[in-house]
Design a protein around this ligand. Structure first.
Ligand code: NAP
Length: 251
């Protein structure tokens, strides 16, 4: 596969054809030791899915950045709806990323943390069976005891709320395990909860170059904060007709 060419349009001066190291540097700028980043892809008209999946909206440039963001984190957090819809397997990065992570003193692969109230997750799934790092399942006090016990055989099951996982408690639990570079790959309902709780430090948003129409959901759904959360534009990358935006919290 040929690697997508990515140019940096902002901050100025613009840079053409930047390499992975420079891309990683741009995505790391200003990040605090404890940092929660969220990554999504959307169409120009705001669709977060095509035929129920994000894959159709993505392109080589999005894949390139997606991989680099996994390279930079201690833990990848994903809502169970996305895990089920997208058919996630074990959390593994490619060999280039493994090498880069080891050179940075990190584990070869990030930890996989799945957020679920229902615990509708199969303990026999490759997510757990093939996991290089023991996954974490983040759930609530209302989760069924027998399901919790079955999943505790293959993952660390932690309670972070009564009826829903509270983002602040989720972050506390991860930080207590030394997982401070937190990377969330969605989905929309989890992102809505993170926004409402004021827990989002950064949004990386790829805007693909299609108009999807239809009834696809947005990248956030469900909960809303009392006031909209203002973000600051940190950089703009371009690859052909695709934009890769990075917004960080203000202040
Ligand atoms: N465009 C993109 O970049 C992108 C990225 C990710 C996903 N998606 C798409 O989004 C769709 C899935 O949307 P979704 O909103 O269902 O995704 P989601 O937020 O990943 O899943 C919702 C489910 O996650 C769990 N969950 C989320 N927040 C929770 C909380 N605070 N406490 C407890 N459980 C929580 C619950 O699981 P339980 O039901 O197990 O209780 C909930 O039903 C898929 O079509 C996927 O392809 C698109």
């Amino acid at each position: 596969m040929t690697e997508a060419t990515i140019d940096a349009l902002f901050p100025l001066p613009a840079e053409e054809g930047i390499g992975d190291a420079r891309i990683a540097e741009l995505y790391s700028a200003g990040a605090e030791p404890t940092w929660l980043r969220v990554n999504f892809v959307s169409s120009i008209d705001g669709a977060a899915t095509r035929q129920g999946l994000s894959g159709g909206l993505s392109d080589d440039a999005d894949h390139r950045v997606f991989d680099i963001l996994r390279r930079l984190c201690d833990v990848v957090v994903v809502g169970a709806g996305t895990v089920r819809a997208e058919g996630y397997g074990a959390m593994r990065v490619d060999e280039v990323s493994q090498r880069a992570r080891r050179e940075d003193g990190m584990t070869a692969h990030p930890v996989f943390a799945i957020v679920s109230a229902s615990l509708d997750l199969d303990p026999a799934s490759p997510i757990f069976r093939d996991a290089p790092e023991r996954p974490i399942i983040v759930t609530t006090e209302l989760a069924r005891q027998d399901t919790r016990e079955a999943l505790a055989e293959v993952a660390d099951v932690v309670i972070c709320g009564e009826e829903r996982v509270e983002p602040r408690r989720l972050v506390e639990v991860l930080v207590a395990r030394g997982l401070t570079r937190i990377h969330c790959e969605g989905g929309p309902h989890l992102f809505g909860d993170l926004i409402a709780a004021g827990a989002v430090d950064e949004l990386c948003l790829t805007i693909g170059s299609t108009l999807e129409g239809g009834v696809a959901s947005r990248i956030s759904a469900g909960a809303a904060p009392i006031l909209p959360v203002g973000m600051r534009l940190a950089h703009v990358l371009q690859s052909g007709d695709t934009l890769l935006l990075r917004y960080v919290k203000r202040g």
